[in-house]
Design a protein around this ligand. Structure first.
Ligand code: PMP
Length: 466
């Protein structure tokens, strides 16, 4: 019975599924299973662990979605939220400010590289990227560079789910069913060393990537390109660590051509790579803007933002249109509870967690690297406390396994039984645990993942699929 469906794709439309979709629509659903996607129920969390509906304790391998940086059930963060809610639960950012938002802005300006002295707070990563892109458009409009609006991103990148941000995404399936703002976007090759052309050296690959950008600038004209947006490490594209000099050289090309370099640090900031912001500390690059979210509150409250340079503000101040308004703001911009949590979170990170990350990162990477002993594993790569295990059809071609094998999901299912939550990404498993994970817990996590992959290999062989 499909009465009431406003949309139909004609007489051959499939019958409505027998069971009614659940009221809760989960993100990233597929059309035929909308409202019926299987998602495991979690009932509680503590430190690096979560507990599922059956009471089983699991290591939170992805820290939620790369965000529960200080771990679950942190009393200091809970207190900060409660205290702020009891002091001032909300204020309109349109005409008021609050003590925690002023203090957080000051704290972030002091920690961001160079003259990134200003911050526009948002509700998460997508709205942060959207804000950065709209700031670029706004600035080029008010300074009369109205043609300079193209946005350059990369294959394999992920920047969010709002319209402009999503238009920049470049992972498999991201654009398939979406009417993105494609005419405003150009995409470059992912700086993925594992997928570089066979026989090409890393140095040659780096040159190729930089020359590709240079050629794009020449073809489009520098006066038509407004921004280059890049995750320092492509996160949900599979933890792609670029060749050594790549980011610096891309940054230099941007500077030469008056193109804003926007570092999307939604994943890499706030400790994942051992620093508050990674662009400069880890990669030696000073961006024009940095977008952040997730770890800024360790995922306890939805908050994000864009760090903006003093240089950029100066351009706006000196334009011929001092009255032009940036018509952009969110009800929850600078939310006092989010900012209060973020301040406490910053204190925790700087009070020992960053040092811990720097102390255990090598151990984390080495423990997972052992998984390359399994023939299903093509590569294990990563940096800091983020890593990706990429499975391949065979290690000669390194071809990805076909989508329908759902290898990531199979591994996740086995690991779940063994006590580990994994984030499956088609043929990849991404690991980014809470930053408080100990060496022993890292070993346990790697051990479970090893067994989960070995069991998956057995299944594939038994089913004649591999
Ligand atoms: N940028 C990056 C690099 C991300 O990983 C994400 C989220 N995974 C986003 C932006 C979007 O953030 P949000 O989901 O908070 O809107």
């Amino acid at each position: 019975d499909n009465q009431g469906y406003a949309l139909s794709d004609g007489p051959s439309a499939p019958a409505a599924p027998a069971s009614q979709p659940a009221p809760l629509v989960q993100p990233w659903p597929t059309a035929g299973a909308i409202g019926a996607e299987e998602r495991g129920l979690l009932q509680s969390g503590d430190g690096i662990y979560v507990v599922d509906a059956h009471g089983r304790q699991l290591i939170d391998g992805p820290a939620g979605m790369w965000c529960v940086n200080v771990g679950h059930r942190n009393a200091a963060l809970a207190d900060a939220m409660r205290d702020q809610a009891m002091a001032l639960s909300y204020n309109s950012p349109w005409y008021t400010t609050s003590q925690p938002s002023d203090a957080l802005a000051e704290a972030l300006a002091a920690r961001a590289p160079g003259d990134l002295n200003h911050v526009f707070f948002t509700t998460g990563g997508s709205s942060a990227v959207e804000t950065a892109l709209r700031l670029m458009q706004f600035a080029n409009n008010v300074r009369g560079r109205t043609e300079k609006k193209l946005m350059v991103s990369r294959q394999g990148g992920y920047h969010g789910s709002t319209y402009l941000a999503a238009s920049l995404n470049g992972r498999p399936r991201d654009q398939d069913w979406m009417d993105g703002a494609g005419s405003l976007v150009r995409k470059l090759t992912s700086p993925d060393p594992f997928r570089r052309p066979a026989g090409m050296s890393m140095a040659a690959f780096e040159d190729f990537l930089v020359e590709e950008f240079r050629a794009l600038i020449a073809a489009e004209g520098a006066d038509r390109i407004g921004a280059f947006v890049a995750e320092p490490i492509q996160a949900s594209g599979g933890v792609i660590v670029p060749p050594e000099g790549y980011l610096k050289r891309m940054r230099a090309l941007c500077a030469e051509n008056d193109i804003l370099f926007i570092a999307d640090e939604v994943v890499t900031a706030f400790g994942r790579l051992g620093s508050i912001f990674a662009s400069q500390d880890v990669f030696g690059v000073e961006p024009d803007m940095i977008t952040f979210a997730k770890g800024v509150t360790s995922g306890y409250f939805p908050l994000g933002g864009v760090m903006v340079s003093a240089r950029f503000f100066e351009v706006l101040r000196q334009s011929n249109h001092p009255d032009a308004m940036f018509a952009h703001g969110l009800t929850y911009s600078s939310h006092p509870i989010g900012c209060a949590v973020a301040l406490k979170n910053l204190e925790l990170l700087e009070g020992g967690i960053l040092d811990h990350v720097n102390a255990v990162s090598d151990h984390f990477q080495q423990s997972l690297k052992r998984l390359e002993a399994l023939p299903l594993v093509g590569e294990v790569r990563g940096k800091g406390l983020m890593a990706c295990v990429e499975c391949v059809a065979d290690r000669v071609s390194n071809n990805p396994l076909t989508l329908d094998l759902e290898v990531g999901k199979r591994i996740d299912a086995h690991c779940h039984e063994l006590g580990l939550l994994v984030r499956p990404l088609i043929n990849m498993c991404v690991m980014s645990p809470p930053l408080t994970i100990t060496r022993e817990q890292i070993d346990e996590m790697a051990d479970i993942l090893y067994r989960g992959i070995a069991m998956t290999m057995d299944d594939l062989v038994r089913e004649g699929l591999w």
